[in-house]
Design a protein around this ligand. Structure first.
Ligand code: ADP
Ligand code: SF4
Length: 691
């Protein structure tokens, strides 16, 4: 297919100092939980982005000295020549597909505890380190330390050049880098030439940029990655004031500006709290004050929105982290006019969460992300079918849809049966919750793909029983029948069903989403799930006019959403809606119109009127499986070779997990799997000791 000329502007080459990007797609630095600990995985993942058409593919943050030790996070590292080979591997993988490889050199200064290196942390001032509240302080850098820092950064830039990188990104973003700490009035109260006026506070960044340009600027592009606003009003940097002044003062210094908002929670806001292109208002001024190319991010997945951002003079280059994770082939698909094939990011931040858990990252939309090397999964290609088997998939939630989609792509004949009138399962129900509409993309992408396959048949309003399954005559049966939320309070804190939690007093999230609601008045949402659903129930019910109390055994509301970078926004949203928040509280009894709670710190009992909405755990909807399991003779007689549970029906978890399990089922069908083996490739280490 040929490109629609409307999108030509996205494919114009652009110079970044001495190097030229072949188009306007820039995979900005993004964490991935692989980094130096799982280098093969990291290399294959970055190479995949280049294969998918991204002109610039950057590393995640790359710490350049042992005083910048981000352990236990798993990022890239360039502390010495020893670190060059695996980064060279990434450069080769990117170059192989005509991309430019960029390295983001970072020192997190006062944020890191240096818990592996044991070096004393450094920063512009004496301050306790911020991450994890370690009992460790950063010491104030003197002029000697600043000289050391500049020399080390310069050496790292030269090492990056040796590794084969084309671009150095000099990082001053997210309130998490030494230059941003020096720039900040909050962090920097120095009285020497690096403190006080904006010019003085900016001196550190300017010098590091100048050093980098001097060291490698004739051969490598030098990008300034700079946060122009901290979204905290006059307590922080504001684009209308010092953010703008700072860019004006260095406007022509770097070869390119990559501008965004700070901190990471704000830069990578979930779709629940920010729409596509949400950073434009903050960064629109930059192109007016510099002649250098400008890039920003904003979860751009729509080719029209990208073209519009360039045409309106907001940016020259489209930066993307999450959209490149959800679809590494986004640029190629736009180039080839295959818009319906784009797997749009849903803005859920599961990718960020796993990085924040120091584990290889994953993606809700793209089940192959992070599996490029260890499972050999390509996001666009699957192996052709290995038999003429016919597969019955029961349930069209994320697991069933993905299984049918990937099986269909392999060429199998697939029957997908869904009990409801519509596909999507939990995704359809949850995307109707306040501000979660982007989540419907999980369903829509797969339905769109399946619609083009004449080997996949879908049946709605087809609630299958055991006899129906035998009648279909399939060779393999995949049960993707989902799960149901418990109504009796059992979960982490409550281990036995709560007495009195009957259907007229206790309403599960499924009830609420199916419009079965308590009478108007008061409700207590008991959140022992700690992810989004508890806060969603509170949000929805408060919007509908209920008086809502959210009680949780957690230390804060929706504590797990710290990993998805949304906890602060969720807490603010609930407070704005007038929700009463009770942390460290557990439900102890459900009475008629009254809920008893206990303060887990003091043991004090309190009561709230109304009904209970327990958000605690789900049970697999696996009755079909159990019924088939007791009929092995009939299964055999029907020539059914396998019956498997996938997704929430097997193990209730995230939507990402359901999509992954559906995909895995499709990939593994008709392949030999050693049940005792490790189901993926693992890293082998070259040991100095141990033979
Ligand atoms: P998952 O996240 O694992 O995909 P969901 O709960 O989202 O699970 O989806 C399960 C889907 O299975 C729902 O759409 C539900 O209507 C459907 N389903 C459940 N039982 C049956 C059945 N017996 N026959 C057909 N569809 C079913
Ligand atoms: Fe987007 Fe969610 Fe995938 Fe991250 S995990 S790239 S936010 S769809």
């Amino acid at each position: 297919m040929t490109r629609d000329p409307r999108f030509d502007v996205l494919f114009e080459p652009i110079a970044i100092g001495p190097v030229t990007a072949k188009n306007r797609f820039y995979q900005v630095p993004h964490c991935n939980g692989m980094g130096r600990l799982f280098p093969d995985s990291m290399i294959a993942m970055r190479g995949m982005k280049a294969e998918g058409g991204w002109a610039i593919v950057a590393t995640e943050q790359c710490d350049f000295h042992s005083t910048a030790d981000v352990s236990p996070f798993t990022e890239t590292r360039l502390w010495s020549d020893q670190d060059i080979p695996y980064l060279a591997g990434m450069c080769n993988a990117v170059h192989e597909h005509g991309g430019l490889a960029a390295v983001e050199l970072v020192h997190n200064g006062q944020d890191t505890g240096n818990i592996y290196s044991r070096e004393v942390p450094i920063g512009p001032a004496h301050r306790p380190v911020t991450w994890h509240n370690h009992p460790i302080q950063a010491r104030a850098m003197d002029l000697h330390d600043i000289r050391d820092y500049r020399r080390r950064h310069r050496k790292a830039a030269l090492r990056a050049q040796q590794a084969g990188f084309d671009i150095v990104v000099v990082y001053a973003g997210h309130d998490g880098a030494m230059p941003s700490h020096f720039l900040s009035r909050r962090h920097n109260q120095r009285i020497d030439e690096y403190g006080g006026s904006l010019e003085n506070r900016l001196r550190f960044y300017r010098e590091v940029l100048e050093d980098t340009l001097d060291a490698v600027g004739d051969k490598m592009g030098v990008i300034a990655r700079f946060a122009v606003d901290e979204m905290m009003g006059s307590d922080g940097l504001e684009w209308k004031h010092e953010g703008r002044d700072a860019i004006e003062m260095m406007a022509e210094l770097p070869h390119m500006w990559d501008v965004n908002v700070s901190n990471w929670d704000n830069d990578s806001m979930t779709s629940r709290f920010a729409p596509e292109g949400y950073q434009e208002d903050y960064v629109a001024f930059v192109k007016k004050v510099t002649s250098k190319p400008v890039a920003t991010v904003g979860r751009y997945t729509s080719p029209d929105a990208m073209v519009s951002a360039i045409r309106r003079g907001i940016v020259d280059i489209i930066g993307a982290a999450r959209p490149s994770i959800a679809d590494p082939f986004l640029p190629k698909k736009i180039e080839e006019g295959r818009f319906e094939d784009i797997r749009e990011c849903i803005g859920c931040n599961i990718c960020a969460a796993w990085n924040n858990l120091s584990a290889p990252s994953r993606c809700t939309q793209n089940p192959t992300f992070g599996e490029e090397w260890r499972k050999g999964w390509h996001p666009e290609h699957v192996a052709p079918k290995a038999s003429d088997s016919r597969i019955l998939v029961v349930g069209a939630g994320p697991a069933g849809l993905e299984a049918a989609h990937a099986l269909g792509k392999r060429g199998y004949r697939v029957t997908l049966a869904e009990a409801r009138k519509e596909a999507g399962g939990r995704v359809t129900r949850e995307s109707a919750l306040p501000n979660l509409n982007a989540w419907a993309r999980v369903r829509d992408y797969r339905l769109g793909q399946i619609a083009t396959m004449n080997n996949v048949e879908m049946y709605f309003e087809s609630k299958l029983g055991v006899e129906d399954i035998f009648e279909v005559g399939a060779d393999h049966v995949a049960l993707a029948t989902g799960s149901i939320w418990r109504r009796d309070g059992v979960g982490r804190a409550v281990r036995e069903p709560l007495t009195g939690a009957s259907a007229d007093r206790s309403f599960s999230p499924d009830d609420i989403m199916n419009d079965k609601r308590p009478p108007k008045g008061s409700v207590v949402v008991f959140d022992d799930d700690h992810y989004y659903m508890g806060s969603m129930m509170a949000d929805l019910l408060a919007e509908k006019g209920y008086q809502v109390t959210l009680a949780t055994p957690g230390l804060c509301v929706a504590s797990w959403t710290e990993y998805t970078l949304e906890q602060g926004n969720i807490e603010r949203r609930l407070l704005d809606l007038g929700v009463e928040i009770l942390t460290r509280h557990c439900v102890s009894a459900v009475g008629d119109g009254v809920i008893e709670l206990v303060n887990m710190m003091t043991g004090e009992q309190i009561k709230r009127s109304g009904a209970l909405v327990p958000v605690t755990m789900r049970l697999p909807n696996d009755k079909l499986y159990e019924s088939l399991a007791v009929l092995p003779g009939r299964v055999e007689a029907a020539n059914i070779k396998s019956v498997r549970r996938i997704g929430d029906c097997f193990g209730p978890a995230t939507i990402a997990a359901a999509v992954y399990e559906g995909h895995r089922y499709a990939r593994e069908l008709d392949t030999e799997i050693d049940p005792d083996g490790v189901p993926f490739k693992t890293v082998t280490y070259d040991l100095e000791l141990g033979g």
